[in-house]
Design a protein around this ligand. Structure first.
Ligand SMILES: [Zn+2]
Length: 289
C-alpha cells in the first residue's frame, strides 16, 4: 500500500459530549438524569489533549454548552493547547427535533457560553447526530442568524438516523456567509460510503479507513474530515443496561483498541483545525469583541 498523502491537511474533529448524552441512548436515559451520572468527559478530553500534544497535532473540538458550563477549566485547556473551540449546541438535541426558535436558543446559548469561557470567537457548529438534512434546511439560516460561519452537519450518506445522500460531498458555501463542511465520504459503486470516523472507524480494520481517506486525498484531491468522541477511547465507561443489541454494538464495538488506531491515524496523515483549513483563519486568533 502506498503512503498516504502528507501534502493535504485533513480536519481532525472531536465532538465533546459524555457517554450518556449520545442520541442513541436518549430512549433509555432521561435528560433530567444527566446530572446524576458519573461524568467522564473531562478525563477523556485530557487523554485526547495528551495524545494530540504527543503527535504535534491541532484539532477542532465541537463542544456541548452543557459540558462547557460544568468543566470550564477543561475548555480553557483545549484553547491553551492551540485547538479550535467550536459548538456542538447546548443540550445535544437533534436540530431536526427543534423548532427554528428552539434551535436558535440552543446554538446561541452554546456560542455565548463557549466564547465567555474560551475568550475566542466560536465560528463553527456541528449538529448532534448530523441532524441537518432535506427536512430542515432552514437550520442553516438559524446558524447564520446566531453568528456562525461554518457548519459540519450534513452527512451525504444514507443512514437510519441521519443523512442527505444527494448533498454535496465537499465544503461549499451553502448560504452567503456560511460554509457547510460535510463529514467525509468515499464515492464507490455509485454510493457515498461514510469514511469520516465514529463507529465505522472502530468497526473497520484500520487499513480500510486509511485507504478510504487516502482515496479522498489523492483521487478527489480534497481534505478529509474525521470525527470521534471522548467516550470512544474510554473502555472503563459505565455500561448502560437494557439497551437494544444494535445500539449496544454500535456504541461499544472495539472501544478498547481505538486509541491505538487513532494514534496510527494521527501519524499517517497530516491534520489540522477546521477554521484554518476551510475559513483561512490565521494562526493568530480573533479575540471576542
Ligand atoms: Zn454528539
Amino acid at each position: 500500500m502506498s503512503q498516504p498523502s502528507q501534502t493535504v491537511t485533513n480536519a481532525l474533529t472531536i465532538d465533546v459530549e459524555d457517554y450518556f448524552q449520545v442520541s442513541a441512548f436518549a430512549p433509555y436515559i432521561r435528560r433530567d438524569d444527566w446530572d446524576t451520572r458519573e461524568c467522564r468527559v473531562e478525563r477523556n478530553v485530557d487523554r485526547i489533549l495528551g495524545l494530540l500534544e504527543e503527535q504535534g497535532t491541532q484539532a477542532t473540538f465541537f463542544t456541548l454548552g452543557w459540558v462547557a458550563e460544568r468543566y470550564p477549566a477543561m475548555v480553557r485547556r483545549i484553547v491553551d493547547g492551540g485547538h479550535e473551540l467550536a459548538s456542538h449546541g447546548y443540550g445535544h438535541q437533534r436540530a431536526c427535533d427543534l423548532t427554528p426558535q428552539q434551535l436558535y436558543e440552543d446554538v446561541h446559548r452554546a456560542k455565548t457560553i463557549l466564547e465567555d469561557i474560551g475568550g475566542q470567537a466560536v465560528l463553527g457548529y456541528r449538529a448532534p447526530s448530523f441532524s441537518i438534512g432535506t427536512g430542515n434546511l432552514w437550520a442553516l439560516d438559524t446558524l447564520l442568524e446566531a453568528g456562525y460561519r461554518y457548519s459540519s452537519s450534513i452527512y451525504p450518506v444514507k443512514h437510519d438516523h441521519y443523512g442527505m445522500p444527494d448533498a454535496p460531498r465537499f465544503a461549499h458555501e451553502v448560504r452567503p456567509g456560511l460554509i457547510e463542511v460535510p463529514p467525509t465520504t468515499l464515492r464507490l459503486f455509485d454510493r457515498n460510503l461514510p469514511s469520516s470516523g465514529g463507529g465505522f472507524f472502530r468497526l473497520l480494520p484500520y487499513g480500510v479507513s486509511r485507504w478510504m481517506l487516502q482515496q479522498v486525498n489523492s483521487r478527489d484531491a480534497q481534505s478529509a474530515i474525521f470525527y470521534f468522541h471522548p467516550w470512544e477511547i474510554d473502555e472503563s465507561q459505565p455500561r448502560i443496561s437494557g439497551i437494544d443489541a444494535k445500539t449496544r454494538f454500535r456504541h461499544y464495538v472495539n472501544i478498547d483498541r481505538n486509541e491505538r488506531k487513532l494514534r496510527r491515524l494521527l501519524r499517517d496523515f497530516r491534520w489540522g483545525r477546521m477554521d484554518r483549513i476551510f475559513l483561512g483563519q490565521p494562526a493568530q486568533e480573533v479575540a471576542v469583541a
